[in-house]
Design a binder for this molecule. Structure first.
Ligand SMILES: [Zn+2]
Length: 158
């Protein structure tokens, strides 16, 4: 079974970003009341992930996260859905959840955005968010994300 699409409430912004890094489709809801969140999750068939017990109780199938700690939250998600990937996937924008695609050539803003020469020259893949235009490539930032996730995974079940 593939990983579900998620709707993550506003207390869980960092978790939303990590789930996007590994390729999950994650809507991060801010400033909406509980009824709107429940309706949005239900209509879009998204799994609601929240730290709010009362909110989770309103929608069957929601995931209630007990911990405020990011690594523990990650492990709770992975325990529930082992199909959630653990490697950086370059499928979703971590900022806006837009779909990433590979442009035919590096866009003009690539150099100013810090894209390394080897990537701009086409030696390694470059990805661009179709919604907000943010650029992604495999580098020190993604190495840190992989290390962080590996450390969470190595802790094993709580
Ligand atoms: Zn984006």
């Amino acid at each position: 079974m593939s990983a579900p699409a998620f709707l993550v409430d506003e207390m869980l912004g960092r978790l939303a970003r990590y789930l996007r890094f590994v390729g999950c489709d994650v809507v991060y809801a801010r400033g909406e009341d509980d009824a709107a969140l429940v309706r949005q999750a239900r209509d879009a068939r998204r799994v609601l992930v929240t730290r709010d017990r009362a909110l989770a109780a309103r929608l069957p199938g929601s995931l209630l996260l007990e911990s405020a700690e990011l690594g523990a939250q990650w492990r709770a998600v992975r325990r529930t859905w082992p199909s959630v990937p653990t490697d950086v996937a370059f499928r979703r924008c971590s900022v806006c959840n837009g779909v990433l695609s590979r442009p035919a050539a590096a866009p003009p803003e690539a150099e100013a955005s810090g894209v390394p020469e080897r990537v701009r020259a086409g030696g390694e893949p470059l990805y661009r968010c179709e919604t907000c235009g943010k650029l992604y490539w495999d580098g020190s930032h993604t190495a840190r994300i992989r290390e962080t996730i590996a450390a969470w995974e190595a802790r094993g079940p709580p």
